[in-house]
Design a binder for this molecule. Structure first.
Ligand SMILES: Cc1cc2nc3c(=O)[nH]c(=O)nc-3n(C[C@H](O)[C@H](O)[C@H](O)COP(=O)(O)O)c2cc1C
Length: 205
C-alpha cells in the first residue's frame, strides 16, 4: 500500500468516526441550558459548504434561541390554531404548541428557496434543490455531533406546517423542510446501527 493511500485511509478514518458518531437525539434528550451562538455559527458555516447543482445554494435557515423562541412559539400556536380549525375543533388553548418552542434551547428552521431564471421558472428541479438542502443539513448535523451537541431533524406536523412556512417567509416555490432542534445532551450519547452495506450495493467489477 502506498504512503498516499495510507494517509488517505487515516484521514477517512477520522471522517468515518465522525459520520458514525452522528446521532439523532430528540427533545427529550436535550438539556435546557443555552448554547453559545458561536457553535451554531460553526454548524451553519458547515451547512453552507454543501454542494448544489447549478450552485444554487438553496438552503435557508432561521435560528431561534433564548428569548427569540417567543417568535417560534407564536408561529407554532398559529399553526395549531389552523390545524384545529381544519379538523373542525377550534380551540383557544394553544399552550402545548407554544411550550414546544421552549423544549429545545435552539431551533433552526430548514428552508429551501429554489433559484429561478428570468422568466420565474425553476433553474433546477425542486428535487435537486431539496437534495442540496439535505446535504447542508447533514453537514450541520455532523458538525453539531462533533461539537458534542445533540440534535435531530424533525420533519412532521407543526415542523412542516404551511402556516409556519408562511411565517418564515417560505411560501411557494420555497419550502419548509422541517426543523433541526439541538442542545447539550441530557442523556448518554446514543449508539447507532445499520444493516450491512452489502445488502444495498451491487458491484460490477
Ligand atoms: C429528512 C429526515 C427527516 C427526519 N424526520 C424525523 C422526524 O420527523 N421525527 C423523528 O423522530 N426523526 C426524524 N428523523 C431522524 C431519523 O429518525 C433518524 O435519522 C434515524 O432514526 C437514524 O438515526 P440516526 O440519525 O441517529 O443515525 C429524520 C431524519 C431525516 C434524515
Amino acid at each position: 500500500m502506498t504512503e498516499q493511500i495510507q494517509n488517505g485511509l487515516a484521514a477517512a478514518d477520522v471522517l468515518l468516526e465522525a459520520i458514525r458518531n452522528r446521532r439523532s437525539m430528540g427533545l427529550s434528550r436535550l438539556r435546557p441550558d443555552p448554547v453559545d451562538p458561536a457553535l451554531i455559527e460553526t454548524m451553519l458555516d458547515a451547512a453552507n459548504w454543501a454542494p448544489s447543482n447549478g450552485d444554487t445554494e438553496p438552503w435557508r435557515f432561521t435560528v431561534f434561541m433564548g428569548e427569540g423562541r417567543e417568535k417560534l412559539a407564536e408561529l407554532f400556536a398559529a399553526a395549531q390554531k389552523v390545524e384545529d380549525a381544519e379538523k373542525g375543533s377550534p380551540s383557544h388553548d394553544h399552550s402545548g404548541a407554544r411550550k414546544r418552542a421552549f423544549a429545545a434551547p435552539v431551533w433552526i428552521s430548514i428552508g429551501m428557496t429554489p433559484a429561478l431564471d428570468e422568466s420565474g421558472a425553476l433553474q433546477m428541479t425542486e428535487e435537486e434543490e431539496i437534495m442540496a438542502v439535505a446535504c447542508a443539513v447533514q453537514n450541520l448535523h455532523l458538525t453539531a455531533s462533533a461539537l458534542g451537541l445533540a440534535g435531530m431533524w424533525h420533519s412532521k406536523g407543526t415542523s412542516v406546517s404551511p402556516a409556519v412556512a408562511q411565517g418564515l417567509g417560505l411560501s411557494s416555490p420555497s419550502r419548509l423542510l422541517g426543523f433541526f432542534m439541538c442542545g447539550w445532551p441530557s442523556t448518554e450519547w446514543l449508539t447507532g446501527e445499520r444493516r450491512p452495506i452489502s445488502e444495498k450495493v451491487i458491484w460490477f467489477d
